[in-house]
Ligand binder design. Structure first.
Ligand SMILES: Cc1cc2nc3c(=O)[nH]c(=O)nc-3n(C[C@H](O)[C@H](O)[C@H](O)COP(=O)(O)OP(=O)(O)OC[C@H]3O[C@@H](n4cnc5c(N)ncnc54)[C@H](O)[C@@H]3O)c2cc1C
Length: 358
């Protein structure tokens, strides 16, 4: 008789959860994902603006060093393209001096973007799963490990509750959310919880914005789509065009301090700054989008104490199973290499798979 493989419930349909579910299903495990949002991808989301320009609201860039991610992309036959930077950038060192156009040094470690957008990776992984593998809009609220089968409780936005059982549960939430939002029985060790609560969620405080335009006017002689500003409110910006598709855009990061402003006021602030370099051409934008990640409850909850970027990311405390081998706390921030990044999410999925399958 064929060996009965374990039933694994995965919390979260981001890059880590989807990569793990695909690996488990391919090896004959019964794997399902519970996802709080109505969409997959978590911190990866390529949105299509009203004029059809795709803009990344979350993860965008990868490098050759991200070998776990590049191996997955190759396996899925998804290409990458080099980020267009040009050889110059607008640099604004001080509010008291005008912006400068500076020459960029040769880049021997270029950044790449996923062809078709980062969500293409998510959709491809999702499409590789068995039908009905993902249960959407179901927030995991409780895990009970006191019986032989793990019991999971979920809740929808209109408070409809459901329960599921499994042999093994894998969380792929940013670690702080595990401690802050899921009721776990028996409680996890206090020293572990202390570290989880002080694990920074990469980019959790960030605001990303994007404009689309009919023409890439910033590519003219005396300009650049690359911006580094110590003055702000935009600190960093890049050309976000897809030349092959005739779509042009600028995308950057706005200081997290503007999270509470209404979206139109954020747009006004950004436009005012960018007009310093581009003049009235900024008014010709076709669409504006932004995403305040600190207001996404399934990514971020405020911390009572300030955390340094990447604090406790990759802490070895995450390289163990809890609840007598029935609970893993995975996700990008737990990876031993490149924690916080897409590569970390894939590495974490690979590590948990090896533990379960060994
Ligand atoms: C603005 C921004 C820019 C970034 N830029 C880059 C970049 O350029 N390059 C790079 O490599 N990385 C970048 N990152 C980081 C990258 O997005 C993450 O490392 C990666 O996507 C994390 O994947 P994950 O699956 O580990 O976690 P997540 O994507 O956070 O997935 C966790 C999933 O769990 C779900 N969830 C949460 N709570 C519950 C619950 N109670 N029940 C059920 N489901 C739940 C969430 O909805 C989510 O789908 C960026 C992130 C952001 C926000």
């Amino acid at each position: 008789m064929a060996e009965q493989k374990q039933k694994v419930l995965i919390i979260g349909a981001g890059l880590c959860g989807l990569t793990l579910a695909r690996k488990l299903q391919r090896s004959g495990y019964e794997a399902k994902i519970l996802e709080a949002r109505k969409r997959t991808g978590g911190r990866i989301e390529t949105i299509n603006t009203a004029d059809g320009t795709p803009i990344e609201m979350g993860a965008t860039w990868l490098g050759a060093k991200h070998t776990a991610l590049t191996a997955l992309l190759e396996e899925l036959e998804i290409g990458i393209t080099e980020q267009y930077l040009s050889d110059r950038a607008i640099y604004e060192p001080l509010s008291t001096s005008p912006p400068q156009l500076v020459q960029l040094p040769a880049n021997d470690a270029p950044s790449y973007r996923i062809e078709g957008g980062s969500s293409r990776l998510i959709k491809t992984l999702e499409g590789a799963l068995l039908p009905e593998s993902i249960i959407y809009a179901n927030r995991v609220t409780a895990l009970d490990f006191t019986a032989s089968q793990v019991e999971m409780k979920t809740s929808t936005s209109n408070r409809q509750e459901a329960s599921y059982t499994a042999d093994i549960v894998v969380s792929t939430l940013p670690p702080r959310l595990v401690s802050q939002t899921i009721n776990i029985e028996p409680v996890l060790p206090a020293d572990f919880v202390a570290i989880a609560m002080q694990t920074h969620t990469w980019m959790g405080e960030s605001i990303k914005f994007g404009f689309s335009f009919a023409e890439p006017f910033w590519r003219s002689e005396q300009l650049s789509g690359t911006l580094v500003s110590n003055v702000g409110p935009v600190n960093e910006m890049y050309d976000h065009s897809r030349d092959a598709e005739g779509r042009f855009g600028l995308k950057g990061f706005l200081s997290g301090a503007y999270a509470r402003l209404p979206q139109n006021e954020r747009r006004e602030l950004i436009t005012r700054q960018l007009k310093k370099y581009y003049g009235d051409k900024m008014d010709d934008f076709l669409s504006y989008e932004d995403r305040v990640w600190s207001q996404e409850p399934y990514t971020y909850k405020p911390s009572k104490i300030g955390l340094m970027p990447h604090q406790n990311n990759g802490n070895p405390v995450y390289r163990q199973a809890f609840q007598e081998g029935r609970f893993y706390i995975a996700g990008s921030e737990t990876a031993s290499q490149f924690p916080g990044y897409m590569d970390g999410a894939v590495r974490s999925a690979n590590w948990v798979f090896d533990q379960i399958a060994s």
